[in-house]
Design a protein. Structure first.
Lengths: 147, 147
DNA sequence: CTTAAGATGTAAAATAAATACATCTTAAGT
DNA sequence: ACTTAAGATGTATTTATTTTACATCTTAAG
């Protein structure tokens, strides 16, 4: 069972922004803090931008910031947006070749299981990932800012 | 969210064997019926064999058959056995590079979500995938036997 | 001893995901 | 206006993972 780095990174971006909510953040700093590809992160940030999680400002002194408070950002909802829906089993996708699909129940029970997965994530929001007690620790761990 | 073909195929093997429970089955026939790689299937069957789901008999007139009744074969338990456990997010794996892991809650909530996924599958067994009404239909769909 | 089955290990191919590169757009500051 | 530092976008490359193929071995019936 697998979730892409793309989705993983999108969560890390939101955590970063929630932890540094009073500071001016930009993609380069986030990429440096986590030691990941800036270009990949740009595409993720772009999707978060389009999806209304953050505001990206171009130009000098630009950057990104959350536009919703962390307690209004639901994790299940985010992960649903970032992950592709047609990857769970072959029969969920476009060019499914499985011959038994018309009579097979697997698709239904796996769809139900997937929904359980997301429902659990629905119980959490971004602020649960930070909490008052973790904010400072996370801030320290992320403090390797880009120059 | 993604489950490997390896696991998908293992479910298909068990469905095949449950549907054709009175016949003499072999790997070549199953590979031909589903139109998939015989060699890949062999490794899957091998794991199912080791895990006690089926009995593989070598030699002429050999083949494979279920050694447990379909209502005793739990889907959640099977999928847990077939899927790797360290793939959900980067922080589940061996060489995790994520700097915030020591203070990050993501691992816990994703572990809980993963458990919800498997718990749902725990509610089903192989016989639920066949049922009296589907057995004949599935038999038809799989009837393209190898020569 | 032949034949048809599974067992096993390695190599290659295919797929998917992540990263790099190149260029463009935007806006602040001078 | 010009420079600079930010994000936007499209394409190509690299890497990782998964799947498939190939080769050889083992087993047991007839």
């Amino acid at each position: 069972m697998h979730i892409t780095r793309y989705t993983d990174y999108s969560l890390r971006v939101l955590i970063y922004l929630a932890v540094n909510k009073d500071e001016h953040s930009n993609i380069s700093s986030i990429a440096t803090s986590y030691g990941i590809s800036k270009n990949h992160l740009m595409k993720i940030v772009q999707q978060l931008n389009i999806s209304g999680y953050l505001l990206a400002t171009r130009g000098k002194n630009g950057g990104i910031k959350l536009i919703r408070p962390p307690h209004e950002i639901n994790i299940g909802s985010l992960v649903r947006k970032m992950e592709k829906k047609d990857k769970l089993l072959e029969c969920f996708g476009e060019n499914n070749q499985c011959v038994i699909t018309p009579s097979c129940q697997l698709k239904h029970i796996f769809a139900e299981a997937q929904e359980s997965f997301y429902s659990t994530l629905d119980n959490y929001c971004l602020s649960d990932l930070i909490g008052d007690n973790k904010q400072h620790e996370l801030g320290q761990l992320l403090a390797v800012k880009a120059m």
